[in-house]
Design a protein around this ligand. Structure first.
Ligand SMILES: C[S@@+](CC[C@H](N)C(=O)[O-])C[C@H]1O[C@@H](n2cnc3c(N)ncnc32)[C@H](O)[C@@H]1O
Length: 276
């Protein structure tokens, strides 16, 4: 029998997961929960979801909560994913916001997974500087956050194996921005130096992160309810500087905040600019 066959335990788990990290599981997704949690439950010698809930809820086991969120989240990502956000950053956004700018330009990658998104931003910034010498005089800071501490410590190491390297990275960029290390490829220090990684749950408060010129929130809101999406997008909007830019994933939209943004179509995709 499946360890997730008890419907009332499944429903309690669904509510728990949504409260903890925003992820919504549909009806009849017991098979998904079972497949994602099999290894963890075996490690903990648990045979039913009920036992897991007992640890989670009655014993408030926070390290187990973290492991469950890690198991239930999708970390799928790649270098320069969808291409257009990074092309738009180089061709449209940086030329505009660099002009006369003295204070640091701040960029937030808000669900950074294993780091490919924020490092692709950093490479794009370097490429912009190379092709526009003297134009960008301000520092650029990239704050990369994720709910998963495991993803963040992986990202900080900046070391990738061949399989990950093959996903979206040209030979030219590989040569320019990486060096070979024991069993993989490490990103060069100049690309890493503008990065800061922090653990952050998008369901929590992020007013303390400060203001940003550009926010990427890509391929994470698809897993959330419409109410959570709207709430997160409203709060992200508050973190943007006037005329700041917001980039969402290909199948995500401006739930509840569409009237606050102009749509910018560029490089074969869409990005949003906060209205004055
Ligand atoms: C599919 S990846 C997207 C990575 C990258 N943004 C991209 O588009 O390639 C989704 C990421 O969202 C993170 N995530 C899920 N729920 C989250 C939450 N409540 N707060 C912050 N990050 C979350 C996951 O840990 C995962 O790394």
């Amino acid at each position: 029998m499946s360890p997730v066959s008890n419907l009332s335990d499944y429903n309690i788990f669904r509510d728990y997961l949504e409260n903890a990290c925003g992820i919504v599981l549909g009806d009849n997704k017991q098979y998904l929960v079972a497949s994602r949690l099999t290894r963890l439950m075996a490690e903990k010698h648990m045979t039913s979801l009920g036992q897991l809930l007992e640890e989670l809820i009655n014993k408030n086991n926070l390290s187990l909560q973290e492991q469950i969120i890690d198991a239930m989240t999708t970390n799928e990502t790649s270098w320069f994913r969808d291409a257009h956000p990074f092309a738009t950053l180089k061709q449209d956004i940086l030329p505009e916001i660099s002009r006369g700018r003295k204070s640091p330009i701040r960029i937030w990658s808000s669900a950074c997974s294993s780091g490919q998104e924020p490092y692709s931003m950093s490479m794009s910034i370097h490429e912009f500087q190379m092709s526009n010498p003297g134009l960008l005089n301000a520092d650029v800071q990239i704050i990369a956050t994720d709910i998963s501490s495991a993803m963040l410590s992986f990202s900080k190491k900046a070391k990738y194996e061949s399989l990950a390297m093959a996903r979206g990275l040209s030979e030219e960029r590989k040569k320019r921005y990486f060096h070979e290390v024991d069993g993989g490829w490490e990103i060069n220090q100049d690309i890493r130096s503008r990065m800061e990684f922090r653990e952050l749950n998008l369901m929590d408060n992020y007013a303390l992160l400060g203001k940003f010129d550009i926010v990427f929130c890509r391929n994470v809101l698809i897993y959330f309810s419409s109410k959570s999406k709207q709430d997160i997008l409203e709060r992200i909007t508050k973190t943007l500087n006037p005329a700041g830019y917001l980039c969402l994933g290909g199948s995500e939209s401006l739930t509840g905040v569409a009237d606050r943004y102009d749509i910018i179509r560029s490089s074969g995709g869409v990005i949003y600019k906060l209205k004055p």
